[in-house]
Design a protein around this ligand. Sequence first.
Ligand code: MG
Length: 407
Amino acid sequence: MPAPRIKDLRVIQLGGGGVNDSTVVKVVTDQDGLYGYGCATDTFPGGRTRLVAAAVEQYLKPLLVGRTTDRIEQIWQISYMSSYYKNDTILNCAIAGVCDALWDIKGRQAGMPVYQLVGGKCRDAADIYLHVNMGAQDPGRQLVENSMKLVDQGCRNLLVAMFLRDGAGDTLYGQPKFDDGSVPFDRDKETRKILRAFETFRKEMPAHIGLAVDVHSLLDTVRAVQFAKDVEPFRLFYCEDLLPPEESDHYRIIRQHCTTPLALGELWNNAHEWQPLVQERQIDYLRHHISHVGGFTAARKIAAYAENYQVRFAWHGAPNSPVGRMANLTLDLTCENFGFHEHIDYPSLVQDVFPGYAQIKDGYAWISEKPGWGIEVDEALAAKHPITDERPNEFRTRDGSVIQGTG
Ligand code: MG
């Protein structure tokens, strides 16, 4: 039987209902009923969602229609080399959407989940972590109460995120916002709050419950070094994105000052930015958003590279992308150096549009046994919820200076 050929590439985007960053590419073949879905999500906040759609429809579609679907690696290389200027998140997301859809097609052809196509499982399910919030009034108490609810559901690992909204302060003029609507972020107030809350957490929570923090690159270099030292007694499973890619050299300094495990990655899409840190064992976990690096095909290579240096991965888990999260989970179950699976509950709209998403039970993510990624897409329902234009967040100190970060 001749190999199927790519007949069409379509972009499906989902907005509304707390969702505005879910992009899926559907590769349609010339064989009746044979198609596949791949995640091309340029994740929030600040994802250039409309540009990803244009990259697929205006650049990859003319390049790829008519080619056979069975040469995934070759199509990945053709797409990647199609631009003289490489490694931007937009093109990487577009490539991820197409090539992950080709993996889906290959699984549907074989009647197997993708994990079987790459050698099968090396573990049965993936250990998850959940996000937990602190209150503003009594952060330690609130953190413990919220954590106990999640532990009662079977979760063993929890992460607290440092967010702009949690560290909101006043402007230099005593106002809650700047003229453009952006909110001042008080980095010292927020770090003090987290440290106090972690102290309460470690006194009151069972010792085996894992704890982590995502700094979202909101601290400057000196504050980041100090914070990594300050959280050392709390025995975190990792401290995430202490610094942005532009300051990655400083991870060496942090490593010399404390034993806090370090994770980075969702802001990194170019391997040359983090390879020296892996080779020198300066970090412990890679956390790429896998559509940002080119999808399942690229992420498998990253995982294999990191395995040689005993560096683990814990892929960034976009909340609104079940197709992408199934690709994450496939890597989690088939690669030796898996660390953690980031799980965020899907909004009800996402659950309705993507039947077949990964199931969570007793603190583990369980993969679908259906062919391909095991997920269908209700395209008619998605069409009723188009994406909307968003104004990107701004992050400022109280004197108006713009700072790095997200949230
Ligand atoms: Mg993060």
